[in-house]
Design a protein around this ligand. Sequence first.
Ligand code: 4AD
Length: 568
Amino acid sequence: MTQVHVDETSGSDTTGDGTPDKPYQNLAYALFTHPQDVELLVRKDQSTPYDKPTASSLKKAVKGADGLKKKQQKAGEIAEREAKERAEAEKKLEESKKIVLTEDASLPKAVKAKLSKLAPLRGQRIRVSGWVHRLRQQKGLAFIVLRDGTGYLQAVLSGTAAQTYDALTLTLESSVELTGTLQAVPDGKTAPGGHELIVDYWKVHGAAPGGEEAFSNRMNEQSDPSILSELRHLVIRGETASSVLRLRSLLMSAFRDTLTAHDLLEVTPPCLVQTQVEGGATLFKLDYYGQPAFLTQSSQLYLETCLPSLGDVFCVQESFRAENSHTRRHLSEYTHLEGELAFITFEDLMNHIEALICETADKLLANPESAALIKTLNPSFQPPARPFLRMSYVDAIKWLNTHGIQHEAEDAQGNPIKDADGAVKMVDHVVGDDIAEAAERKMTDILGKPMFLHSFPAELKAFYMKKIPGTGEGGKVYTESCDLLMPGVGEIVGGSMRIAEMEELLAGYKREGIDPAPYYWFTDQRKYGTCEHGGYGLGVERFLAWLADRFTVRDCSLYPRWPGRATP
Ligand code: 4AD
């Protein structure tokens, strides 16, 4: 009689064959594999000899073998059923190739429409085009949620329309044209816009791949951020990303409306420049026909030149900052909304910035489309109350110290000073310190409302800022400058009054080690009819991060750039 060996320690049910060299591991498996008359021999491990199994272990093994047999039978049945289903599906697919859907010419002529404009077309035959945003196929029906960028529409394919080869192989993100009758959804059911399309004719414009390359296999909301950045061109098709971008567009219109209502004229300054505005450390340098040039950090200097020509002006322009900052509020390229106003005081400037923010927020809430987007993205959004809190830089330093908000100690070279145990030493703020992002954020989060920080020391600010006459705390010179801080984001606006006096400006260039020669046109402003003036720059992505409650400005830019990333 054939002997079948089982070694309960070193045997294997997958690679074993029952010989003494390749024993099985389980008696039940040995019995299941050799149901015929065999002699079973078992050992605990290699240190014990093979022996007959005990009666009780044999009884247990018979039960186990029985279970394995049933499992095998079941798996066989499932495989058979699946093979049958596959064959049926293949047959159905093959047959579907013969089904040709034609448009019934006797039906009323379809009206071509965008999805956001469907409400007045209920009951009519319409033709819409877009992308398959969601898809469910069951019982000979196909339910599509179509997306065209302006909105979403639920559509139902039934009968022949759901039996064509294209219908059976339809995939997410395929582009399609759907024609049919628009109906209100039955009571108790919901759908985007409250209606659905009963499709009588449709076609595929461009089929998206299925399988491995399927859209939903490329990424989802839980994918690693690096994948989402790489696939930003696909991410923007998602509901959240597209809502943010749509709100961004409405925000830009609202800003423009507010600024126009305040008599500011829009201008378009250049991006390629040969002058710095915010310090050499953050300049992107490039070769411009053999001459050094930069990507602009701010259009402010050009706006200043427009005042005598066009009056108060604003621009919406990309600004570039070569900062090696990987924070959630820094981009290498960002959209900069800048305004410049003539014959104003510092007080007027802050009032204007406040009006710009509040009136723009009010406009967005009054517009049903933007209001709905804000409600979805940031349900607890409250428009800011006026007037904004105003705190001088010197008072802010005191406030930080009384609230125990410290900053990392640095040596003269800017390196962190560490304690004996290696932890970075934290110290109180003193007048003259730059208030760092972390401290600024803690402060706005505690105060919980927009606030102006103003009157910064001249030594911390750019060359063009107007000085407050005399000296203040710590014997320092201060400037008519302000940063607007928002809870959750920090600084969203930086503004100041500008030096109107020629001599003061020349001293500013000198202090910052700037060669005045390339600034001749900016200096000329002080020569040909100077005036008191001031302006500001608002980071659009930061404003949007605040408005739409996004964690990072990267989600508020169409194709964000940050250190190391300039694709897609
Ligand atoms: O405070 P900043 O550097 O001011 C200026 O550039 C002035 N010349 C503007 C002016 O007065 N016309 O920048 C203004 C705003 C900041 O408050 C911030 O919102 C945004 O621009 N900003 C950035 N946004 C994203 N990424 C960056 N790296 C940014 N740097 C500044």
